[in-house]
Design a protein around this ligand. Structure first.
Ligand SMILES: NC(=O)c1ccc[n+]([C@@H]2O[C@H](COP(=O)([O-])OP(=O)(O)OC[C@H]3O[C@@H](n4cnc5c(N)ncnc54)[C@H](O)[C@@H]3O)[C@@H](O)[C@H]2O)c1
Ligand SMILES: O=C(O)C[C@H](O)C(=O)O
Length: 357
């Protein structure tokens, strides 16, 4: 029979799990919420925070990151609902220890010691809106979150998902510059969903398995700034003019296709969580020192005259180790590039002036 004291301790431990108070305050170093725990905590690996973890992207992203063997600690931060999401995900029998953080008073605790911070916080589009229509709300959210990163994990790799990415990445860069911690190798706007869509749509046209297809998508992450380089598809192939126009348009409008299909209930969340995890996993493999990790991302760049541009980048122990040039473009792509740069210039400038005003 157990003594009264140990029964009491067990009951306290169970009730702490079922009814967590301010969740970040109750965990011991072993990753459980009370003392007396025997669990060793997670496997060796990286510490990852998701900001906006209770949202449409945040929840499946949190689930998939909990399944990633490279993650040892997973911090879930949002301004709502993180206790429920954290309790739910923490029951998955994978290695990562999950901790939840709720509200801005817990932002710093969520960020301390992180190796990688993924940001899907902010409002999504409704039909009829452009990504730029989200600027007024999301710019301020991204700014505040990046101020927290500057203070608590200035060396972390940042994967920025919140739209409009073409402006939020320049905002983040300015916040980091102001704090004196800006390392352009560590700030990456996530354009992986454009690549994921391009691989899928091109595979459909070619009759291939999408996993065998690799389409570089450069420029930015909105409308005409999304520029698939169909002349550089792997495996090498060719397209008719009609196929090129159809594919380019479908890839550029993939986000709008989902926004319209969801009819007011938000934008891409599940495919985005998949893309975000694919990209985050590449960043973590780079951090681990794996060779040859190459993905497209919207980054500080000298590939064009613009200060930010999406191209293929090689990821390593310090974040971006190498930025690849555009490679040979055909006439259709050269015209697309000029159009993309024009739109991109305005979005970048808008972000910079917001953050520096
Ligand atoms: N880069 C891409 O390819 C891509 C793809 C899809 C969506 N997005 C963008 O991602 C963002 C999120 O989309 P969603 O569908 O998950 O939206 P959502 O509304 O479902 O979730 C957003 C979450 O952010 C949280 N949030 C709001 N303010 C916050 C703050 N200050 N700190 C922390 N969390 C905060 C909300 O509480 C919510 O849980 C949108 O801006 C959307 O446009 C980008
Ligand atoms: O389209 C959106 O608003 C969300 C996202 O940028 C996407 O490409 O799906």
């Amino acid at each position: 029979m157990e003594s009264g004291a140990s029964v009491k301790q067990r009951i306290a431990r169970i009730s702490a799990h079922l009814n967590p108070p301010a969740i970040s305050q109750v965990e011991g170093s072993c990753g459980l919420r009370t003392g007396n725990c025997r669990a060793k905590g997670g496997s060796p690996g990286f510490k990852v925070a998701i900001l906006g973890a209770a949202g449409g992207i945040g929840q499946p992203l949190a689930m998939l990151m909990k399944m990633n063997p490279l993650v040892s600690v997973l911090h879930l931060y949002d301004v709502v609902n993180t206790p429920g999401v954290t309790a739910d995900i923490s029951h998955m029998d994978t290695g990562a220890v999950v901790r939840g953080f709720l509200g801005k008073e817990q932002l710093e605790d969520a960020l301390i010691g992180m190796d990688l911070v993924i940001i899907p916080a902010g409002v999504p589009r409704k039909p009829g809106m452009t990504r730029d229509d989200l600027f007024n709300i999301n710019a301020g959210i991204v700014k505040t979150l990046c101020e927290g990163i500057s203070k608590c994990c200035p060396k972390a790799i940042v994967n920025l998902i919140s739209n409009p990415v073409n402006s939020t990445v320049p905002i983040a860069a300015e916040v980091f510059k102001k704090a004196g911690i800006y390392d352009p190798r560590k700030l990456l706007g996530v354009t992986m969903l454009d690549v994921v869509r391009a691989n899928t749509f091109v595979a459909e046209v070619l009759g291939l398995d999408p996993r065998e297809v690799d389409v570089p998508v450069v420029g930015g992450h909105a409308g005409a700034t999304i520029l698939p380089l169909l002349s550089q598809v792997k495996p090498p192939c060719s397209f008719t003019v009609e196929e090129t126009e159809h594919l380019t348009s479908r890839i550029q409008n993939g986000g709008t296709e989902v926004v319209e299909a969801k009819a007011g209930a938000g934008s891409a969340t599940l495919s985005m969580a998949y893309a975000a995890v694919k990209f985050a996993d590449a960043c973590l493999r780079g951090l681990r020192g794996d060779a040859g990790v190459v993905e497209c991302a919207f980054v500080s760049s000298q590939v064009t005259e613009l200060p930010f541009f999406a191209t293929r980048v090689r990821l390593g122990r310090n974040g971006i180790e190498e930025i690849y040039p555009l490679g040979p473009l055909n006439e259709y792509e050269r015209a697309g590039l000029e159009k993309a740069k024009k739109e991109l210039a305005g979005s970048i400038e808008k972000g910079i002036s917001f953050a520096t005003k």
